[in-house]
Design a protein. Structure first.
Length: 141
């Protein structure tokens, strides 16, 4: 691949509602024009409002993002596939052209329960873990 060609990254999760959405926002910010970053799910669960809120706390507006199924991007070739949950890794279809596959599972914050503070604490922790991973990945990019 020519050095000036922008790489495409797909972040895959089960429902494209939380973890993959957060990772997409961070990688788009950290990599800027060095990569095209997309996220999708094996299924589409809709954008989680807690994810919107928790990302807004960190200065990222994901409210206009859509929750997409992987089939939406079948026409694209990706250089890198990042799976952010075990289920997505296990059932991910074969994507032609993918040169690098990275798996880093994060807890599903959508499954958090308890008080509002309890749920927010889980979302914050997972967000911060995803941000740290995205920073580390971006530094090596």
């Amino acid at each position: 691949m020519p050095a000036n060609q922008v790489k495409r990254i797909l972040i895959l999760c089960t429902g494209n509602s939380c973890r993959s959405q957060m990772m997409e926002a961070y990688l788009k910010s950290f990599l800027q024009d060095r990569a095209e970053v997309y996220s999708a799910g094996i299924e589409s669960h809709g954008l989680n409002p807690w994810a919107e809120l928790i990302m807004e706390e960190d200065g990222f507006d994901i409210s206009k993002n859509t929750s997409d199924k992987i089939e939406k991007y079948e026409h694209l070739t990706f250089d890198t596939l990042i799976t952010v949950c075990d289920h997505a890794k296990e059932v991910c279809p074969t994507l032609p052209g993918v040169r690098e596959q990275i798996h880093q599972s994060f807890e599903d914050p959508a499954k958090a329960h308890g008080t509002e503070d309890d749920v927010m604490a889980v979302f914050r922790r997972v967000r911060d873990e995803i941000k740290a991973f995205a920073l580390e990945y971006s530094a090596r990019f």
